[in-house]
Design a protein around this ligand. Structure first.
Ligand code: 5GP
Ligand code: MG
Length: 179
């Protein structure tokens, strides 16, 4: 487990270890179970970055829920373009269900808000949100995040699903850009 990695010529230092991430996911999973155990829950993963956290969160929750995906894209390199494109492969049956959106990181909140808005048309009974990471100082669109893993500073991070131009996703720890 290296304390720093170089991706496309930029150095990133280790910030959250695999152990810290998994321990926090267990805590949040206990909350989610306590709140939603009796409900008809569907997890919706925002591709692609959230795949990794969704797999671990789902197994930690042990609610035996269906899993659906949406694709949302706003980032190019290290910058958000400000426009969120949403694509869905399926017409989902979410009516009356408790839908929990799983996001890897919330920066301005644009992506999560766009997905939240998009899913409302399917008339879920409850629409909840989870994000592994949140950058509170960068938040512009105050979409409610019901479950948060960690609040972090407004810095660029990679690993555990989060990429820098498609690199770094497979790292088990999370790393931040060294200035
Ligand atoms: P927002 O729409 O909240 O501004 O940004 C959310 C999306 O931008 C996330 O789903 C993620 O794909 C990307 N993003 C935001 N901050 C970071 C970051 O620090 N690292 C990486 N790899 N992606 C980020
Ligand atoms: Mg994302």
């Amino acid at each position: 487990m290296a304390s720093s990695v170089v991706i496309q010529g930029k150095t990133f230092e280790r910030f959250l270890s695999e152990g810290e991430i998994q321990a926090r996911l267990q805590e949040v999973a206990v909350q989610i179970r306590a709140m939603h155990q009796e409900e008809d829950v569907v997890f919706i993963v925002i591709l692609k970055g959230s795949l990794f956290v969704a797999a671990d969160l789902m197994r930690a929750c042990q609610l035996d829920t269906p899993l659906e995906v949406v694709r949302a894209r706003s980032y190019q390199g290290m910058k958000s373009t400000g426009v969120v494109e949403i694509t869905m492969t399926d017409t989902l049956s979410l009516k009356g269900k408790t839908v929990i959106i799983i996001e890897d990181i919330v920066e301005t909140g644009r992506t999560l808000q766009a997905v939240h808005h998009h899913l409302k048309q399917f008339e879920p009974g409850h629409l909840k949100t989870f994000s592994l990471l949140r950058k509170p100082k960068a938040l512009i669109n105050p979409v409610p995040i019901d479950y948060v893993g960690f609040d972090i500073d407004s810095e660029f991070v990679v690993g555990y699903g989060l990429d820098f131009d498609e690199k770094g996703r497979e790292l088990k720890d999370i790393y931040r850009l060294r200035e």
